[in-house]
Ligand binder design. Structure first.
Ligand SMILES: O=C[C@H](O)[C@H](O)[C@H](O)COP(=O)(O)O
Length: 275
């Protein structure tokens, strides 16, 4: 693998026998591999710190907890499971996706649903971006509808994220657009209506290990809306307008829902924002 890396840097030098050059490339490659590994570790550490802090502050005995989706939530579920084991907490966990359901089951936690538990004490979830007013973009991993339903049933929505999600304005750091979950038969007219009304472009999200589009846990498609970044948006109004278009199932805009956000930092500290 390391030789492949060297080839990608300079195949001719690898075979040339020029030892000094090779040593230089080797050192550079090692340095860049280590740097990438360190950066990745900090991001994962940052997610973990935020998740652990949120669980420690919000998960109490005899409560119903919503379990969000995504890579940061994995750390929250680990921490919930640790605390259930160590402290004997009695919790019911409500999933927001297939992934969340699997996590709850794999960790031996009590799985619930909204039929039996229509009111939750808190929901803990990740976000793709959080702005200064605590408006969220969610759905980067294809989950947004069940997340929004569960969050709407919770007394508190607690967001856990790393430092790359903390923005003054939406779109500052997250460039993939706002996900909109739509009924499959309506994706073309919805694309046209949103583009003509609000500008920007909408793109049907395509699957990676399957031919064709991403199909959500609810059997729908996702349109990612690259909205005009040069305008000021009233996200509450935009969200309401988009929701009125027939065929729109829900949007990844979470406005006025999050009560608290924890952002894990590169140095292991956690910053907080409240609504
Ligand atoms: O669709 C996915 C969910 O909305 C996630 O909560 C969001 O994408 C953040 O995920 P992650 O923690 O992996 O950044």
């Amino acid at each position: 693998m390391f030789r492949q890396l060297l080839h990608s840097l300079s195949p001719s030098l690898v075979h040339s026998g020029r030892r000094n050059s090779l040593a230089y490339i080797t050192n550079r490659a090692l340095f860049s591999t280590q740097t990438t590994a360190t950066a990745k570790m900090s991001l994962e550490e940052a997610k973990k710190c935020a998740a652990y802090k949120a669980v420690d502050e919000y998960v109490k005995d005899n409560t119903v907890v919503g379990v969000g989706s995504g890579s940061t939530v994995v750390y929250a579920v680990h921490r919930i499971a640790e605390r259930v084991k160590a402290e004997g907490l009695k919790l019911v966990c409500i999933p927001t996706s297939f992934q969340a359901r699997q996590l709850i089951i794999e960790h031996g936690l009590v799985l619930g649903d909204l039929e039996c538990n229509p009111r939750l004490d808190c929901a803990i979830d990740g976000a793709d971006e959080v702005d200064a007013k605590m408006v969220l973009i969610k759905g980067g991993g294809g989950c947004l509808l069940q997340e929004k339903i569960v969050a709407s049933c919770a007394d508190r929505l607690v967001v856990i994220a790393d430092y790359t999600k903390d923005s003054a304005k939406l779109g500052q750091q997250y460039r993939k657009g706002i996900p909109i979950e739509v009924a499959p038969m309506a994706y073309v007219p919805i694309k046209g209506k949103v583009e003509s009304r609000f500008g920007g472009t909408l793109k049907l999200r395509m699957a990676v290990a399957k031919a064709g589009p991403v199909v959500t846990d609810n059997g729908n498609f996702i349109l990612d809306w690259s909205f005009p970044a040069d305008k000021e948006h009233d996200w509450d109004a935009v969200n309401r307008d988009i929701m009125m278009i027939p065929g729109v199932v829900d949007t990844g805009l979470f406005v006025g829902m999050a009560t608290k956000a924890y952002f894990g930092q590169q140095d292991g500290s956690v910053t907080e924002r409240s609504a």
